[in-house]
Design a protein around this ligand. Structure first.
Ligand code: VGL
Ligand code: ZN
Length: 201
């Protein structure tokens, strides 16, 4: 068992991000055995869950004429318009049945405000509205994070960059992540993480 100052953060291992889901990431389910092994190894375990209302502003369907994976401008900056995914309470929003989600100490739900997307486990996409995870981890004495999950180039990277900015020592275990990779987004994400001092292992 790892020390109490190290937390595992499992990002968005949900049905809609796995093969057959609404925003499927290639091989998204292949990382689950490795994540389950990590969950047994860490003393502090957090799961995140993308959790949108049907009216969510990140859904292309809520922007007449817009195609999924096109870009739009939000008050907080550019935003990809996604297929409808992870709608609150639907099977697509549930954790993948193969994930040992019962081992999680805390589930952080994000993206529940209709007008703002939330990739990061720490902040909404305005980079200022907090989810509360920073306070939770600090009050448990955590200083070091291991991030795994889906998708490498969106929710994992945003979480890693925010965590580094907040002063945590951050590692991402790449073999336990899978990417969406829109227009080179994976390479750009890895570049940004390395520049921020995130350890890609
Ligand atoms: C995610 C796109 C939209 C993710 C969530 O988990 O990486 N990507 N919502
Ligand atoms: Zn989402």
């Amino acid at each position: 068992m790892r020390p109490e100052n190290e937390a595992l953060v499992v990002v968005d291992v949900q049905n809609d991000f796995c093969p057959g889901g609404a925003l499927a990431v290639a091989g998204g389910d292949a990382i689950i055995p490795e994540i389950n092994a990590l969950l047994r190894d860490y003393a502090v375990r957090v799961l995140t869950q993308d959790w949108h209302p049907a009216s969510h502003a990140s859904f292309a369907d809520n922007h007449p004429g817009a195609a999924p994976f096109s870009m739009t401008e939000m008050p907080y900056g550019p935003q990809v318009l996604w297929p409808v995914h992870c709608v609150q309470g639907t099977p697509g929003a549930a954790f993948h049945p193969g994930l040992d989600a019962d081992l999680g100490d805390l589930v952080i739900r994000k993206g529940f405000r209709p007008g703002i997307d939330s990739y990061s486990a720490f902040f909404e996409n305005d980079r200022t509205t907090p989810t509360g995870l920073d306070g939770y981890l600090r009050s448990r004495g955590v200083s070091s994070l291991m991030l795994v999950g889906l998708a490498t180039d969106f929710c994992v990277t945003y979480s890693a960059l925010d965590a580094a900015r907040l002063g945590f020592a951050v590692s991402v275990k790449m073999s336990a992540c899978r990417a969406i990779d829109l227009d080179g987004s994976l390479a750009a994400a890895c570049q940004q993480m390395m520049q921020a001092g995130v350890d890609l292992i």
